[in-house]
Design a protein around this ligand. Structure first.
Ligand code: CA
Length: 254
């Protein structure tokens, strides 16, 4: 059973920040999608998220073009995170004003057989909406998530915590930071959302699920998500990439 997909994405500065340090990539043809949330003063966050997008997105697009075997694609994803980390550190050496910059990265690679690989570091998220049920596929690399895992904090407490934004892993930070690389299977009818915390910090999972299920075009869904986050305050840059998995056209001839 093969699948195909369609995708749309949008990014907005929000209502408080003056610059947008988020980045996203949609390569519909190759099935490569990502969001990144840069951080660092003097516009350095923009540099970090753009660098990571170019290195990781570029590596995965090349990997798909080279028709890498699944295990090699997996390793290419992991290696691309290391390369992005090195690129960010290298840039900091050249331009001391950018020292301390870093970025999150949530990169999804979908293949025509429906299998996917996700490379993830930081607190941007991948969600899956299947049969009306929204699940968070990625795991936040945050201090509050660690407290939730340890049973010292509830999910609601984590959302409202003053340290909710503190990351335990990021690209450009500690060199020991490894990404999570996971694989799974997507089915026709699935809806995938990649989003930065400017979206997920403003909207509960319930609101996100309702907006994803609205049945509108993916462009309208992405815009509706951004509008809703802005209406609730828009305290940070907001980015959403939405991917709809469809039944493959078995009879198509290339
Ligand atoms: Ca953010």
């Amino acid at each position: 059973m093969s699948v195909r997909w369609e995708a749309a994405g949008a990014s907005d500065t929000g209502r408080v920040r003056t610059a947008n340090e988020d980045a996203f990539l949609i390569d519909e043809e190759r099935g490569v999608f990502l969001v990144a949330d840069g951080m660092g003063g003097h516009a350095a966050g923009e540099v970090a998220s753009a660098l990571a997008t170019a290195v990781i997105g570029g590596t995965m697009v090349a990997g798909v073009d080279a028709r890498l075997e699944p295990a090699d694609l997996h390793e290419a994803l992991r290696a691309s995170f290391r390369a992005a980390h090195e690129a960010i550190l290298g840039h900091q050496l050249e331009d001391p004003a950018t020292v301390g910059m870093g970025t999150t990265m949530t990169c999804l690679v979908v293949q025509p057989d429906g299998t996917f690989r996700l490379g993830h570091i930081g607190d941007s998220r991948m969600y899956l909406l299947r049969d009306g049920l929204l699940t968070q596929v990625s795991r936040d690399h945050t201090w509050v998530q660690r407290e939730v895992d340890a049973g010292r904090l509830t999910a609601l407490g984590a959302r409202r915590h003053r340290l909710a934004h503190v990351l335990t892993r990021a690209l450009g930070a500690d060199s020991a930071d490894e990404p999570d690389v996971v694989s799974g299977k997507l089915l026709a009818g699935d809806l995938v959302l990649l989003a930065t915390d400017g979206l997920t910090g403003m909207l509960t999972d319930r609101v996100i699920a309702a907006l994803l299920e609205a049945g509108a075009s993916l462009e309208q869904v992405a815009e509706a998500l951004l509008d809703a986050a802005n209406r609730r305050g828009g305290r940070d840059n907001i980015t959403a990439v939405v991917v709809r998995i469809l039944e493959g056209d078995e009879t198509a001839t290339a």
